[in-house]
Design a protein around this ligand. Structure first.
Ligand code: C5J
Length: 221
C-alpha cells in the first residue's frame, strides 16, 4: 500500500491493484490538422499534459503496473458513427472520416488516430479502441480490469471534461476508485478543466479523487 496525497482526502493505493489509464492522447487531439483543431480548438492547450503524463508513465512502468491506453475512433466504413456524432457540429463541417494531413480523421488505422510518440504504448500495454467518449462503452476495458484484479484507476489524458470525465463516471459506477491526475489531464477550455476536476471531488468525492503527477510519482517511489 502506498500513501498518496489526494483531494478530498489523502489515502493509500494498492499498487498491485491499481492501473494507469491514459485517455486519448492521440495525434488527432494533440497535433495540428486533427479532430481537435478541426473543431476550432487551440490544440496547444492540450500539450501541457504530455510531460506530467510521461512522468507518471515512467514511474508506473518502473513499478510494472498495468498501463492502459485508449483511443477514440471509428471503423473505416464509419458504420459505428451514430447520426448525432456525425452531424452535431453544426457551424463547422463534421470532421470524422474527412481526409486531413494525418489521414482520415478519427478513423482507426490512420496516423492521426494513433497515440503521440511521447506516450507511445510499449509491448504488453493494452490499447482500448473506443467509439464513444467513455472508455467502457463498446470496449473490453472492464474485462481487462477484472482479469487483472484492478480496483483503482489513475486516470489522465484528454479532454478533462469529455473523455476523461465520462470514463471516470462510468468507472465510478462500476465500483472503481478513480483518481484523476490533474496536471496530466487537459482541456481546450481552462474553465471546463478546473470545473471538471472540482466536480470529481465535490460532496466528499462523488466521482472519485484528484491528485497531481508529483504526488503520483512520490507514491510510486
Ligand atoms: C472529445 C475526448 N473531446 N477524447 N474527445 O471529443 O475528450
Amino acid at each position: 500500500m502506498a500513501p498518496i496525497h489526494m483531494k478530498p482526502r489523502d489515502g493509500t493505493i494498492d499498487l498491485e491493484r491499481t492501473a494507469v489509464v491514459i485517455i486519448d492522447m492521440q495525434r488527432d487531439f494533440l497535433l495540428p490538422g486533427g479532430f481537435g483543431e478541426k473543431l476550432g480548438n487551440d490544440v496547444s492547450k492540450l500539450t501541457r499534459a504530455i510531460q506530467p503524463c510521461q512522468k507518471v508513465l515512467e514511474a508506473a512502468r518502473a513499478r510494472n503496473m498495468l498501463v492502459i491506453h485508449t483511443r477514440e475512433g471509428h471503423r473505416p466504413s464509419m458504420a459505428d458513427v451514430h447520426v448525432w456524432k456525425k452531424d452535431k457540429h453544426g457551424t463547422v463541417p463534421p470532421a470524422i472520416g474527412e481526409m486531413g494531413p494525418m489521414g482520415r480523421i478519427l478513423i482507426r488505422g490512420e496516423e492521426g488516430h494513433d497515440i503521440i510518440e511521447e506516450l507511445y504504448p510499449i509491448t504488453g500495454e493494452p490499447v482500448v479502441d473506443k467509439p464513444g467518449k467513455g472508455s467502457f462503452y463498446a470496449t473490453d476495458l472492464e474485462a481487462i480490469l477484472q482479469a487483472q484484479n484492478i480496483t483503482t484507476l489513475l486516470v489522465m489524458g484528454v479532454t478533462t471534461e469529455v473523455c476523461v470525465h465520462t470514463t471516470i463516471r462510468e468507472a465510478n459506477d462500476r465500483g472503481y476508485h478513480c483518481i484523476a491526475v490533474s496536471d496530466a489531464c487537459a482541456s481546450f477550455f481552462d474553465d471546463f478543466h478546473k470545473t471538471a476536476l472540482r466536480m470529481i471531488t465535490a460532496q466528499g468525492g462523488i466521482f472519485g479523487s484528484v491528485t497531481d503527477s508529483a504526488s503520483v510519482v512520490a507514491a510510486l517511489q
